[in-house]
Design a binder for this molecule. Structure first.
Ligand code: SF4
Length: 91
């Protein structure tokens, strides 16, 4: 199976009341490199003109975006609480 097909097997219990990752769009708009667009394996960071659009639903909780964000554009990153978040399935 290819990666997109494998990723589609995962289940997500999204906490609609509280995002586990929050970005500051003003900081992100000023970031020159925007590495989050490249590194997120779930492709949750998108570019709209110069603005970063982000939706935490579908997050694989890998933490890569937090590591590569050097401008502190990610103002909150924590694992989803309780039973929320990704449930990995391997086929
Ligand atoms: Fe994407 Fe991983 Fe960041 Fe989730 S933690 S938004 S999957 S890079």
């Amino acid at each position: 199976m290819e990666a997109p097909e494998l990723l589609s097997l995962n289940k997500f219990n999204v906490n609609e009341k509280e995002a586990h990752i929050v970005i500051n769009k003003e900081i992100c708009a000023q970031c020159q490199d925007k590495p989050c667009l490249i590194v997120c394996p779930a492709a949750l960071y998108k570019l709209d003109k110069n603005d970063i659009i982000f939706d935490y639903a579908g997050c694989l909780e890998c933490g890569t975006c937090r590591v590569v964000c050097k401008n502190k554009g990610i103002i909150k990153w924590e694992y989803p609480k309780g039973t929320f978040g990704v449930n990995f399935r391997y086929g």
